[in-house]
Structures are given as C-alpha cells and as structure tokens.
Design a protein around this ligand. Structure first.
Ligand code: PRX
Length: 639
C-alpha cells in the first residue's frame, strides 16, 4: 500500500476553493460543539435549538435539542424563495437516453402534491413508508414528501429480492408502500409492482400501495389497496404545508447488513442528520453554485440518501439522477452523461473504476470530460493503482480525488480530504472531517502508535450518527458501544501514518464488501441452509481484483446428497432469490466438514486463507486440524 507520491491541490483548484486554509479544522478543534452549531446556522429553523448536544442518556445521543425544522422545507421551500427558484434541481437521464430537468420550483410543486397524495391516503406523522423504486425522480419526490409530512421513509434497493423486501417491511410494520409498475435494467423488464405485491401479501401490515406509472405495463390493481399515483395527484391541493418536526424526530430508516442474519434497521433523525450531510456535502465536494453533481450510487444505499438527495438539495445544488448502468447500451455511458450535462463533480465507487480500467481508455477518450473539476470515491478501500488511473484518465490530472470513508451508521462522510487544502496520498482517505474524532486502538481499546494497524473507533458523537437500531436497542448498544466503552465501533481496521493520514484496511468483522455493497456472511449462510440438502454453510469474502471481495461459500451436505454442478447452481440461485443478485456466490465449495474452534465457532479466517490460496494462518485453536487439510485438498481439487 505504501506510496511515496503526494498530490497537493492544483493551484487553479486551490484559488477557487471554498476552503482555502485550515480555519475549519481549527474552529472545530477549539470548540467542537460550537463548530457544529455554526454549521447548523446554515439551515432554516422554525425554532432554534436550546442545546447542541445532550449526552445524558448515552449512547442515545440527542443533537440540537429543542430545535424545530422540516427537511423538505430546507431542501425546497427556502430555495424556491431565493434566486434558486428556477435553477435546475434534478437532471434525470433515463435508461433509454431520454431526459427531464426539474427546476427547484418544479420539484417543490411535485413534492407538495406527492405529500398531499400520501396524506389523503391516510399517512400520518411517524408512519413508516417503504419506497421500492428504481432510480427515477419520483423516488426522490417520495422521500422528500415523507419528510414534508413527518412520515419515516425506508428505501429498499430495487435490486433486492421479494424475500429481502418482505423481511424489511415486516420489521418496520410499514403502512404504505410506494413503487412503480415496472422498471428496466439493461433493457430487460422487471415487474416491480408484482414483486412488491408478493412481499406485502406475506406481511400483512401494508394497508395501501401507491403505484407510479413508469413503463405503462399492465398491472393488476386491487381496489381499496392499490392506487395509481397519476389518478390521485389531480385531486389534491398544490400546496401541503411542511410539518414542524422536532430535531430528534425520526427521519428515515435504512437497512444494512450486520454480523448476524437479520439486517439492521439503522435509524437517522431529523436535525443532526441534515446538519451533517449539509455541511459535509458543502466542504468535501467544494460546493459551487454552478456545479452539476453526479453520484452514481442508488438511492437504496446511504450514499444515495445523503449525497444524491439530502446533502446536495439542502445546499441548493443541481444533481444528476441516472436510471441505468455503465455498460448499457455501451461501455461509455458514464462518460457520455458527463459530456452531455457538463458534470463538474463525479462521485463513484472503486469497483466501478476498476471495471472501467478493465474496459480500457478508448471508451473514455471518445468523450469530452473537460467539465470535471473534482472526483470522489466511496464504499471500499481504493487501491493506489485504481486511484492513479482515475486521476489520470478521468480527472486528466486536473481534478483532486476525495476518497471518503463513512458508513450507513455514520450518515455523513467522516474521513476525507478537503480538496482545496489536503495533499492527497493515493489509497488513503486522509483526515477526519472537522469536528470528527477518530482513533486507532488495539483489542483492549488502547490507542496504537503511528503505522500500527488496529480497530478504528470514533471517540466522540457527531450530528449525523445513527440514533438506534429500529426495534432493537440492545443490538444497537452491543454492536457499536460495548466493544470499546464510550467509543463508536466502526468494524473497520485502519492505521494512521506519521502525517496523521488514515489508511482503511477493511472490515474486521463478518461483514463483507462486494462492489461497495455491504453483505452479511450470516445472512448468506442463512439462505444456503434453507436448501434441504445443506447441513451447514460458512461464507467468507475473498479478495477480488474488481469487486474488492467476492462471496465464497463452503458448504457441507446432508448424508447421501451429492455435490453436483446442478446443486451448485441451485444454491447460487437460492441466494439470489433470498437476498438479491448482489449476494450471488462466485464460488461454492462442497466439503465434508467445516473448520471450527473448540467452542464451535467457524474459523472464517482459515477459509479465507484457503480461498485466497495463502499459507494457513494460526491453527492452534482449531479443533480438528485434519478438517482443514481435507478442505484444502477438495479446494485444490476443484481448482
Ligand atoms: O468497510 C467500510 C467501507 O464500507 C463500509 C460501510 O458500508 P455501508 O454502510 O454500506 O456504506 C457504504 C457507503 C458509505 C465501511 O465500514 N468503506 C466505505 N467507504 C470507504 C470504505 N472503505 C475504505 N475506504 C472508503 N472510502
């Protein structure tokens, strides 16, 4: 990982940057809470807060106590009442290349009516609304509409399977589901409403489905339960007044994988979250009024929530929303979009960049990327050679790269360069954002000296932090606050170098990261053991050139069941059905036994060593050394 090159901000960038010196760091270091209070002044409040942070019930921290505000008001109304009224808010590029631009005024109108429709359907403050939609502007409208009336949204990635959707709806006890008739992916039709319907019929809590017409395909509508958005929208008022929300009212829930088979419902609340994403969007992406900002994430992930929707819109930025994929119809789709709209800031994931590297620069060279001025990376550690390719071929050596480390739990970017002042080291996320405090500690929680790898913890609360896990405060405390008391446990390993730069090493727990998507090994194992022929399964993430990690499963079969090629396919398909295509295992190894410790824990580390073809690590706690030898043999046999 060591790289001796350092990239200071280019002079032209520095001259025009929003942050030109270390004032923000100094202000935050002098008085962290006052710093966040100053940042909060950038939002519009119905009532100012009484206290910045209340720690009396830690780890249930409360921010901007007593403050009242509305998120959609901050993302829309205040811009409509300013010179931004006719500025583009959303540029939407559909998969088929057609496009729509919505000004702040138009988006404001649409969100008001969307909110009024939801209200008319009986949605009230505090109700949970599940949004299961592709990347279309209506998905953003649905989110903002929820915030307008105080409903709590939970966006479920539209690539998740019916079963995965079912699990989430059930945990939430959601009342309304918003979806579309159908979606397309690489030209292929996906019956989203039909998939969603199967999930809700199994749940029982959803009272109504609101269907946005996207493709015009025929769908079965159940009277009294299913409603077409376009039929209701003509009957509601044009204006829906924004609810006065308490700073700590829940804003949204987003499910993310943890170390067990049940996904965690991560809860974010109103004021702290908005202050966090508003501030980090502004300074990390060096916000300029004329920017066209494109984050290639999906709104089903936290990157989409924070840096497609809330961070940019709270600042009055122009965002690009793209429905499709980078290789459809051709492998230059992203570069075509950058050229078409003059994208200035481009935020994507290392997996995507590695894929582009593999596709070759000819695709890139076909397009004019001169509008770009800043690049960003998120989701996985970026390898120095990937960083350099991004820098040279996409940024054309003109654009700084902000490598941003954060999580669904943190809500906002936590470690990142400030592009006008931070000298970049390829592969390092560089420094904690002002007001964020990070430490690298050993297993006992003792701070480690420079360059020693350990657990990365966050030592003080930050505004956009998760507040709890929905319906499971015990798990919230255990997963994040018990390991190192008083500190937030990130689950990531890291080291800090002699310049204070942080190098993220990846997850230290049983969470794996495939193409920037977080997956739980336990959840995939749970899917595999549903097969009647499977006795036991152990899943690991093995290193993968493009995807960061690939899913590898070691499976033991019940007596008499044969490990055939057909069964292997069947198991892979079962995982897709239970979770979604992103969890599909690359490798399935049939093995007579799994390596376990004396206490019965599966030794995943050893399986990783085998799958990555390394010499075996410490096997001293292994119950039966022969098991490993056998697995190794069968693995080598299968090549
Ligand atoms: O392991 C880290 C990795 O992604 C995890 C968080 O995943 P998720 O909650 O899905 O959010 C992803 C988008 C914010 C982290 O625990 N990760 C995220 N960003 C980086 C990263 N690893 C290295 N470098 C990053 N910049």
């Amino acid at each position: 990982m060591e790289n001796n090159f350092v990239y200071p901000p280019p002079q032209h960038f520095k001259e025009n940057a929003l942050v030109k010196d270390d004032t923000l760091y100094r202000r935050a270091a002098a008085d962290r809470l006052n710093f966040w209070a100053e940042m909060a002044e950038g939002l519009d409040w119905f009532k100012k807060w009484d206290k910045v942070l209340d720690e009396s019930d830690a780890p249930y921290y409360r921010w901007f106590v007593g403050g009242k505000l509305n998120v959609s008001y901050n993302c829309l109304d205040r811009h409509v009442n300013s010179f931004r009224r006719n500025k583009a808010a959303v540029i939407f590029e559909a998969e088929d290349g057609s496009n729509v631009t919505l000004t702040y005024y138009q988006l404001f109108r649409e969100v008001n009516r969307f909110a009024a429709v939801m209200q008319q359907m009986g949605v009230q403050k505090g109700d949970r609304v599940v949004i299961y939609m592709p990347m279309v502007p209506e998905a953003v409208m649905a989110m903002l509409a929820c915030t307008r009336i105080g409903a709590i949204h939970s966006v479920v990635f539209s690539g998740f399977s019916t079963e995965a959707l079912y699990k989430r709806i059930n945990d939430l006890g959601a009342k309304l589901l918003v979806t579309v008739d159908g979606a397309t992916r690489r030209g292929k039709f996906i019956p989203l409403k039909e998939n969603a319907q199967q999930a809700i019929e199994a749940c029982g809590c959803i009272e109504k489905i609101l269907v946005v017409r996207r493709l015009g395909n025929i769908v079965q509508m159940q009277p009294g339960r299913d409603y077409w958005y376009h039929e209701l929208v003509g009957q509601v008022p044009l204006y829906c007044s924004p609810a006065e929300m308490d700073a700590e009212d829940p804003l949204f829930l987003l499910y993310s994988s943890g170390t067990t088979g049940t996904p965690k419902g991560i809860l974010h609340t109103t004021a702290g979250y908005l202050v966090g994403v508003y501030t980090t969007y502004r300074y990390v992406f060096d916000y300029h009024e004329e920017d066209i900002f494109w984050s290639t994430s999906d709104i089903g992930w936290i990157t989409g929530q924070s840096y497609i929707v809330y961070g940019p819109l709270a600042n009055g930025a122009t965002i690009v929303i793209f429905e499709g994929t980078p290789d459809y119809p051709q492998r230059d789709r992203f570069w075509e979009i950058i050229e078409k709209y003059g994208v200035t800031v481009f935020y994507t994931a290392p997996t995507a960049i590695s894929t582009f590297m593999q596709w070759g620069t000819a695709w890139v060279k076909k397009h004019d990327l001169s509008s770009l001025r800043l690049l960003g990376s998120v989701g996985e550690p970026i390898k120095p050679d990937t960083w350099l390719w991004f820098y040279e071929h996409i940024g054309q050596k003109r654009c700084p790269i902000v490598d941003t480390w954060w999580q669904t739990e943190t809500g906002m970017i936590m470690i990142s360069p400030l592009p006008g002042i931070t000298a970049l080291k390829p592969g390092s996320a560089t420094l904690p954002f002002p007001g964020v405090e990070v430490q690298i500690v050993d297993d006992q929680g003792r701070p480690l000296p420079d360059n020693e790898a350990g657990h990365m913890v966050i030592t003080s609360p930050w505004p956009a932090m998760l507040r709890t896990l929905y319906n499971d405060p015990e798990r919230y405390e255990k997963a994040y606050w018990k390991q190192f008391p008083g500190c937030f446990y990130s689950g990531d390993g890291a080291r800090r170098d002699e310049d204070g730069y942080i190098w993220i090493l990846g997850r230290l727990d049983d969470v794996i990261n495939v193409s920037g998507h977080r997956l739980s090994t336990a959840e995939i194992e749970g899917a595999l053991v549903r097969h009647t022929g499977v006795a036991e399964a152990a899943v690991i993430g093995r290193a993968h050139e493009i995807k960061n990690q690939a899913v590898a499963a070691f499976v033991t079969l019940k007596e008499g069941v044969l490990g055939t090629e057909e069964l292997r396919e069947e198991l892979k398909n079962l995982v897709v059905k239970e979770i979604g295509a992103i969890a599909r295992p690359d490798d399935i190894y049939f093995t007579a036994e799994l390596p376990k410790t004396r206490s019965g824990k599966i030794m995943r580390r050893l399986l990783r060593d085998i799958a990555e073809g390394r010499a075996l690590g410490d096997t001293s706690t292994l119950l039966d050394a022969e098991v490993i030898a056998n697995i190794k043999k069968s693995y080598e046999g299968e090549g």
